[in-house]
Ligand binder design. Structure first.
Ligand SMILES: Nc1ncnc2c1ncn2[C@@H]1O[C@H](COP(=O)(O)OP(=O)(O)O)[C@@H](O)[C@H]1O
Ligand SMILES: CC(C)(COP(=O)(O)O)[C@@H](O)C(=O)NCCC(=O)O
Ligand SMILES: [K+]
Length: 253
């Protein structure tokens, strides 16, 4: 069993890769009690044969994960990295180390389908990435997620907007809260639509698979056109691909 961790800026997500399946999926928010307490809650009962981590949560969290595993006498965690090429996919960034590894993981997950694919990971930040059927990562966008956009506005204005998203999504808001929240949702939906339209102009972009993941996926899903696939654990799916491939080749870097 391989234990998989997706460490984002707001939450830790975990799952176990067991007999070709992602099982025991869990999530926990980072909080004042520190990363070790979150890992304690997410950890499987049995010792994994390997631990693979996709982390954008910073070096302190990374160090805490290493210490935590050592404290249990569990295998040292492998930290996945964004690279120029992996599993037949080439990274769009000239300096791949600058691409968030969570973005690279969803690109690798989508590339397994062999289709052109657009992936939206609606987390703390909302990222949009495109990868072609022949394994070219085209790049993406990084936008503030809905909660982050709201907190940024609250910090720099005199209002204190709270979360209100009504369905159906209004075209305009009739008070501060809906103006902020509906505005943030429109901003994301508008950006996604523009990327889809732009890629659609290209002759080598056909019938793309559109995947939605992340903690804010449920805010966006009802307002996206049909055909979007919701895959809540897409980062872990990509990480599992990488871990399994490394296990098969004996390359655990
Ligand atoms: N139980 C929850 N706790 C905190 N945030 C949540 C929760 N459920 C959904 N969210 C929303 O999801 C976002 C975090 O999504 P996630 O994909 O875990 O992000 P990240 O990978 O950046 O940690 C938050 O900004 C919040 O808006
Ligand atoms: C954009 C991100 C902050 C998203 O992180 P998340 O919202 O999932 O916590 C992360 O992918 C990141 O730190 N990226 C590095 C910059 C880049 O991808 O260009
Ligand atoms: K994200």
């Amino acid at each position: 069993m391989i234990w998989l961790l997706d460490l984002g800026n707001t939450r830790a997500k975990a799952g176990s890769w067991h007999q070709g399946q992602l099982v025991r999926l869990q999530a926990g928010c980072w909080g004042p009690e520190g990363p070790a307490a979150v890992l304690d809650r997410l950890a499987p009962a049995e010792r994994p044969t390997a631990i693979w981590v996709s982390s954008v949560a910073g070096s302190q969290v990374q160090a805490a994960v290493i210490d935590w595993a050592r404290g249990r006498d569990w295998p040292s965690p492998h930290f996945a990295r964004s690279t120029a090429e992996a599993l037949g996919v080439r990274c769009a960034y000239a300096d791949p180390s600058r691409l968030g590894v969570d973005r690279w993981m969803v690109v690798l997950a989508a590339a397994a389908t062999g289709r052109d694919a657009l992936i939206v990971d609606a987390g703390t930040a909302c990222t949009v990435d495109a990868v072609t059927a022949d394994g070219r990562h085209l790049g993406g966008l990084i936008l503030p997620g809905v909660a982050l956009a709201r907190s940024a506005l609250n910090q720099r204005t005199q209002f204190l907007a709270e979360d209100v998203v009504t369905t159906p999504l209004p075209v305009v808001g009739n008070d501060t809260n809906p103006a902020v929240t509906v505005g943030a949702v429109h901003a994301l939906l508008g950006a996604i639509a523009r990327v889809q339209a732009g890629l659609g102009q290209s002759s080598d972009w056909h019938d793309p698979l559109c995947v939605l993941t992340g903690g804010e996926a449920r805010l966006l899903a009802p307002h996206l056109p049909g055909g979007w696939l919701e895959r809540p654990h897409y980062v872990l799916e990509g990480l599992a691909r990488l871990a399994v491939a490394a296990d098969e080749t004996g390359d655990i870097g």
